[in-house]
Design a protein around this ligand. Sequence first.
Ligand SMILES: Nc1ncnc2c1ncn2[C@@H]1O[C@H](COP(=O)(O)OP(=O)(O)O)[C@@H](O)[C@H]1O
Ligand SMILES: [Mg+2]
Length: 157
Amino acid sequence: MSDTASPLLSIDRLSIAFGAHRVVHDLSLDIHAGEKIGLVGESGSGKSVTALSLLRLVAGASYEGAIRFRGDDLLRYTPRQMQALRGRSIAMIFQEPMTSLDPLYTVGEQVAEVLTTHEATSRRAASSCSARPASPSPHAAPTRSRTSSRADNGSAR
Ligand SMILES: Nc1ncnc2c1ncn2[C@@H]1O[C@H](COP(=O)(O)OP(=O)(O)O)[C@@H](O)[C@H]1O
Ligand SMILES: [Mg+2]
């Protein structure tokens, strides 16, 4: 990875507050294309709020600083711009797939919904991605968490 390439995602002195209560203070980090970053901290230190804030999925939060994705500050995006971004440019695998996946739908349907919502993909073509059930069975492969377009109400802990 070249140090000179622009980061894909750049969090720049981000602070997150709920009313007067600031829960994230001056966080900065860069993620380059293909790079993996682990965010480690004790319970309540702000990991989930930080991750959810990237897609602006935290109700009632106010922000200082910048979250730049491909150079654009997402904190300046309108709700409509954020909706276009979610699932298409940035997706999230939420914690606890047993609660973030809906057992009434197959995993394939839940993955396909992202493609049909954000891409010009037919439901049939998208459904060919997967047809495994979301509910676990002794013989099932591990399931994956739903992606962000179905999980705007999903909670991370
Ligand atoms: N919606 C919310 N309203 C008010 N405070 C919140 C909200 N969500 C999280 N917090 C507070 O933000 C802090 C960070 O929480 P969180 O990001 O869940 O921590 P972590 O994921 O690192 O365990 C905690 O003090 C938590 O109580
Ligand atoms: Mg958490």
